[in-house]
Design a binder for this molecule. Structure first.
Ligand SMILES: [Zn+2]
Length: 243
């Protein structure tokens, strides 16, 4: 998950579309009604452009679209996925339904965008380099989401997203409201960051907050998206589908 401000993308709408399985079990996108450059004054004319297959990310190809009005190509992201994301924010089905069998926090979050913190808190540093992936896979029975440097970057991004760093502590009430938790949970989680050593303390800070949030569930998405928008990690959502 690229939890980092990307100014180029901060003003572009993230186009989310549902993918619905056809009779062969292939996930087909619904056609969006708005492109990433949508404005009320000029309605979009959108057609399917091509399939995008990615090395990491959603387990099915993503649909690329073209808007003739705004002369732009854009990707239709499935619910819970954002540009540059390697994992979803929470687990939902491609057709935007709740996934119930996700386990209990914090491990339930390990295959989400916040997996870096869960792994750090459980003393699972990601490999120093790509050469360490095989050993890591053997030891932990699954894929790391990147190298250790990426793990640190993901955690730093999440700490800012949830206002768990001192410089934006004033945003903690907004975080509590967006996630539906008590302000004291955010404040307490933020304190953990001083408990060093740094990488594990960051992980524990993150998992404290995720523990307060509870299971990764669909109802959290709008709050996450709002917080990311506030941090300029991504643009406003555009979720209207033509069906
Ligand atoms: Zn358009």
């Amino acid at each position: 998950m690229s939890l980092a401000p990307k100014l180029v993308f901060a003003e572009r709408r993230v186009v989310t579309v549902r993918y619905v399985a056809d009779v062969h079990g292939v996930w087909r996108p619904e056609r969006p009604r708005r492109c990433s450059l949508f404005s009320e004054a000029s309605p979009c004319k959108i057609s399917f452009h091509r399939w995008r297959v990615r090395k990491c990310g959603p387990p099915h190809p993503l649909a690329g679209f073209y808007c003739a009005t705004h002369e732009c190509y854009f990707t239709g992201y499935p619910p819970s996925w954002l540009p540059f994301g390697r994992r979803p924010m929470v687990h939902v089905t491609p057709d935007d339904l709740e996934v119930f069998d996700v386990g209990e926090p914090p491990e339930a979050w390990v295959e989400t965008a916040f997996g870096a913190a869960v792994d750090a808190a459980a003393r699972r540093p990601w490999p120093k380099s790509a050469g360490g992936f095989i050993a890591w896979r053997k030891r932990f029975g699954r894929e790391p989401h990147g190298v250790f440097r990426t793990q640190l970057r993901h955690m730093d991004g999440a700490l800012v997203l949830f206002a768990l760093v001192d410089s934006i502590a004033a945003d903690q009430p907004a975080v509590a409201a967006a996630l539906g938790i008590d302000l004291s949970d955010v404040v307490m989680a933020a304190r953990r960051i001083r408990d060093g050593p740094a990488w594990r303390a960051k992980g524990e800070t993150g998992t404290d907050l995720l523990g307060a949030v509870g299971r990764p569930r669909r109802s959290l998405l709008s709050g996450f998206i709002r917080l990311g928008r506030d941090r300029r990690y991504w643009g406003p959502p555009s979720t209207v589908s033509a069906g």
